[in-house]
Ligand binder design. Structure first.
Ligand SMILES: *[C@@H]1O[C@H](CO)[C@@H](O)[C@H](O)[C@H]1NC(C)=O
Ligand SMILES: *[C@@H]1O[C@H](CO)[C@@H](O)[C@H](O)[C@H]1NC(C)=O
Ligand SMILES: *[C@@H]1O[C@H](CO)[C@@H](O)[C@H](O)[C@H]1NC(C)=O
Ligand SMILES: *[C@@H]1O[C@H](CO)[C@@H](O)[C@H](O)[C@H]1NC(C)=O
Ligand SMILES: *[C@@H]1O[C@H](CO)[C@@H](O)[C@H](O)[C@H]1NC(C)=O
Ligand SMILES: *[C@@H]1O[C@H](CO)[C@@H](O)[C@H](O)[C@H]1NC(C)=O
Ligand SMILES: *[C@@H]1O[C@H](CO)[C@@H](O)[C@H](O)[C@H]1NC(C)=O
Length: 236
């Protein structure tokens, strides 16, 4: 079903494809660009324009598999991926108020081209955030954020209910629904501190004072701006 969905939607929206979560499920189709979502639905925080759903899928209390197709968007030959979790019912849609809890360090994917491309990423064991304990029956939302080369972010979510590992309601993870496509690569993301905090942030000479005034408060950022590196960084 998913391959044919991919082909159909790619043909229809070649310039605005997006991320699909293939395991453990998806809030729903948010691939639209229309008058209600003129910039494309999936760019909307926190879950690509889709409100909380009630048709949850079950996911292990110990963490588990997440699989997704990252290549639905033009301009993702490289992309940064973040996997987050949100809990609670304080959000405007009755779901989590935020998704500010990373489950694993972000990483980069390397795609075969800068156009939309097929391919699946499988993370077989995404853990809960450090020191988190969830109980069977607890609800949560998993969020995948995909950062394009230009810094904008695509959002996709799935609403889950936790279940004990081995619970038969947790969908089996296998080579069919969770695999890494051979045409996708991965890279680590890390930063190097170029100017430590306090080392010389405000130490400007008289000749620089004019530009400091002109730049206003933005100059402070230069004091600690880390150099963001992907092992393979393509300027597009
Ligand atoms: C929940 O229902 C929506 C709408 O029918 C569907 O698109 C989505 O895939 C379902 N989600 C799950 C996790 O089954
Ligand atoms: C989890 O969400 C479902 C609806 O999706 C709701 O029926 C259930 O009461 C919630 N469970 C808890 C513990 O809040
Ligand atoms: C995020 O949501 C959690 C759960 O509702 C809440 O405890 C926390 O204060 C929120 N954090 C922010 C920064 O809003
Ligand atoms: C897919 O690749 C990622 C990144 O290298 C890795 O963490 C993950 O374990 C791989 N998945 C499978 C099913 O081997
Ligand atoms: C996890 O819990 C341990 C023990 O209470 C604590 O020392 C540690 O700082 C916690 N780690 C995080 C990331 O909260
Ligand atoms: C893989 O698991 C899914 C359930 O998540 C199941 O529908 C499918 O039949 C399984 N495929 C194989 C080859 O076992
Ligand atoms: C500030 O700049 C002056 C002139 O370049 C230099 O002598 C001084 O050591 C600097 N101070 C600090 C804290 O970097």
């Amino acid at each position: 079903m998913l391959p044919s969905l991919f082909l159909a939607t790619t043909a229809a929206t070649i310039a605005s494809a997006h991320t699909i979560i293939t395991y453990p499920g998806w809030r729903g189709n948010n691939l639209h660009t229309n008058t209600e979502w003129p910039y494309g639905m999936q760019w909307s925080y926190p879950c690509g324009g889709l409100d909380l759903t009630t048709n949850r899928t079950y996911w292990p209390t110990t963490g588990g598999a997440i699989a997704f197709q990252p290549g639905w968007f033009q301009g993702h030959q490289t992309a940064f991926l973040y996997i987050n979790i949100g809990v609670g019912t304080d959000g405007p849609d009755g779901g989590p108020l935020n998704m500010s809890n990373p489950m694993m360090p972000p990483f980069q994917i390397l795609g075969p081209s800068n156009g939309p491309y097929p391919g699946t990423v499988c993370l077989p064991q995404v853990p809960l955030p450090t020191n988190w304990t969830m109980n069977p029956g607890d609800n949560a939302t998993l969020q995948i954020v995909e950062i394009a080369a230009h810094g904008a972010a695509l959002f996709s979510c799935v609403d889950i209910t936790f279940a004990a590992p081995g619970d038969p309601r947790i969908a089996e993870v296998n080579d069919t629904n969770c695999y890494n496509s051979s045409d996708l690569g991965f890279a680590s993301i890390y930063t190097i501190t170029t100017t430590a905090i306090g080392s010389n942030a405000n130490n400007v000479t008289v000749s620089a004072a004019t530009s400091l005034r002109l730049l206003g408060s933005s100059i402070w950022a230069l004091g600690y701006l880390p150099l963001l590196l992907g092992a393979t960084w393509l300027l597009m």
